[in-house]
Design a protein around this ligand. Structure first.
Ligand code: SF4
Length: 331
């Protein structure tokens, strides 16, 4: 396969009409899921009642400056419901909206390994009872990955057709982690990756781009660290300000510069050119609905950005991995 071509699985109507296969210039996680499971798979966000050491006082109070956990679930979901009920609602929504028959339970809210293994087990197993579920994705902080819970995460990886851990690196620069009050270190990420890699648990690394005064080289260093640490997938997110967060307070006091859609897009194109083609991209930018967003406004228009991004790859005749080491050696 030409390195620039990542197949887009055909829809049922495209198959029926015998339409020619389509390709993308980047390795979309959604495409790979459809290939693997033969149809649309929806990630149902779940709030399983875990806390976070950066909110309960163990590491800090109030959480990361950008954290808006109350708003992280989709509007159709209700964290007050039991786990099974949250999944049923999400699954029914996905069936109606996208025709999805299969789901992944995404333990999304707060820190989903911040509890004894028996508690994790009891909550995760509830999700597995739903017939639509093909696997789990578990979001957590690097400092909440330890030998005991990695053994359980490894067990899940062995048992389930799909299993990933989503780990927040956010930045490879300690001063930026401090600026957003992460209350953990870059070293925590490196150590957590070593444990998860040793247990062969695939990791999706979360990265924030566009901190104030952050250069392209700084952002490239963060992505390089995730890549070099053996991440399986990556979620890129533009730093944006959500109402009610500490970041909104800081921004209100002294507004800092945030990237325009064009500047952010240019950076993402250049970053993915250097990203290994095997790394699945789960998110190109974040999305927050306009009623919850302070700035920049373009972040509420994910679809428009997405279309621009795909056209821009075409216009530059570039693709994911074009400048990464293995691809460069083939061209
Ligand atoms: S680690 Fe996650 S849940 Fe905890 S405060 Fe930060 S963003 Fe929020």
């Amino acid at each position: 396969m030409d390195a620039r071509l990542f197949p887009i699985p055909p829809t049922a109507s495209e198959k029926l009409l015998g339409k020619p296969p389509r390709v993308r210039r980047w390795n979309s996680f959604k495409d790979r899921l459809i290939e693997r499971f033969g149809g649309v798979v929806y990630k149902v966000g779940v709030d399983a009642g875990f806390d976070c050491p950066n909110r309960d006082g163990t590491k800090g109070y109030g959480g990361c400056a950008y954290c808006s956990q109350e708003g992280s679930l989709s509007p159709h979901q209700d964290p007050k419901l039991a786990i099974a009920e949250q999944i049923r609602k999400g699954r029914d929504f996905a069936k109606r909206r996208y025709g999805a028959d299969k789901s992944i339970a995404y333990f999304q809210a707060f820190t989903n390994t911040y509890a004894p293994v028996e508690v994790m087990r009891e909550r995760f197993e509830q999700a597995l009872l739903d017939e639509s579920i093909v696997g789990l994705s578990v979001a957590t902080r690097p400092d909440c990955v330890n030998d005991e819970n990695v053994a359980y995460l490894h067990e899940l990886r062995e048992r389930l057709p799909y299993f990933t851990v989503e780990l927040g690196l956010q930045s490879a620069f300690q001063n930026r982690l401090e600026w957003v009050n992460r209350q953990e270190t870059v070293e925590d990420y490196v150590v957590a990756m070593e444990k998860l890699n040793a247990a062969r648990v695939p990791v999706i690394t979360h990265v924030i781009l566009g901190f104030p005064n952050e250069t392209y080289d700084d952002m490239a260093e963060t992505v390089r660290l995730a890549d070099a640490s053996g991440t399986h997938g990556i979620k890129l997110q533009m730093l944006h300000v959500i109402r009610g967060t500490k970041l909104a307070w800081l921004y209100g006091k002294e507004p800092f510069e945030l990237l325009s859609a064009e500047a952010y897009g240019d950076i993402v194109v250049r970053l993915i050119e250097r990203l290994r083609p095997e790394i699945e991209i789960h998110r190109i930018t974040g999305e927050t609905e306009s009623s919850k967003l302070v700035a920049p406004a373009w972040v509420s228009q994910k679809g428009r950005f997405f279309d621009w991004f795909e056209r821009e790859l075409e216009r530059r005749d570039t693709w994911q991995g074009r400048l990464s080491a293995p691809t460069a050696s083939r061209t």
